[in-house]
Design a protein around this ligand. Structure first.
Ligand SMILES: Nc1nc2c(ncn2[C@@H]2O[C@H](COP(=O)(O)OP(=O)(O)OP(=O)(O)O)[C@@H](O)[C@H]2O)c(=O)[nH]1
Length: 200
């Protein structure tokens, strides 16, 4: 493995409650799945460093609460993010509609070059699927987003999701920024007043 280049990306995970956002982050960061995971309050922050080619990439992940009452907080996190993961539940058509609303919001109010990744979660439940994979692929292609079906429960495509994002985020020019190739994170948001959710 090559030397640590200091590449890091700030990510925001978005969508309605119950689609499995926290479970995806928990699987990625801790390789753990909890059937009785509790709803996120406010937002939760986690980091994970993974090898990517000759470098190590550090993910700084904001997992925001999906409940309606927390929606107004989301911009505080995505405005400073290099990438956004928008999760839907393949067994719930409604969650796919909501995903499109989040994409619209990100396009209107998010950072100009934000990398968007769509995760169709709960693919272990494909026998009760409501969203055909074809629909997700066509939609992702139309907006230039990464798309993958995941199962946080069975650890399917979780690493691939984050690796895909990692490949799409361009490193900064180190001469321009003097920060050893680190990805620009934009404005850091204040964490005051937010509780973290434990996913262990
Ligand atoms: N079968 C299955 N269930 C899952 C999967 N991922 C999450 N779940 C379950 O879905 C429910 C909601 O998961 P969470 O990770 O809390 O969902 P969330 O989107 O973070 O919800 P909020 O924190 O309220 O925004 C929990 O009962 C999980 O165990 C999956 O891949 N497969």
């Amino acid at each position: 493995m090559g030397k640590f280049e200091g590449n890091s990306a700030l990510l925001q995970i978005l969508q309605d409650t119950g689609v499995g956002k926290s479970s995806i982050v928990c699987r990625f960061v801790q390789d753990h799945f909890d059937h009785n995971i509790s709803p996120t309050i406010g937002a939760s922050f986690m980091t994970k460093t993974v090898p990517c080619g000759n470098e190590l990439h550090k993910f700084l992940i904001w997992d925001t609460a999906g409940q309606e009452r927390f929606h107004s907080l989301a911009p505080m996190y995505y405005r400073g993010s290099a990438a956004a993961v928008i999760v839907y539940d393949i067994t719930k058509q409604d969650s796919f509609h909501t995903l499109k609303k989040w994409v619209k919001e990100l396009k209107e109010h998010g950072p100009e070059n934000i990398v968007m990744a769509i995760a169709g979660n709960k693919c272990d439940l494909s026998d009760i699927r409501e969203v055909p994979i074809k629909d997700a692929k066509e939609y992702a292609e139309s907006i230039g987003a990464i798309v993958v079906e995941t199962s946080a429960k069975n650890a399917v495509n979780i690493e691939e999701l984050f690796q895909g994002i990692s490949r799409q985020i361009p490193p900064l020019d180190p001469h321009e920024n003097g920060n050893n190739g680190a990805i620009k994170l934009g404005k850091q948001t204040s964490q005051t007043g937010y509780k973290s959710k434990s996913v262990s």
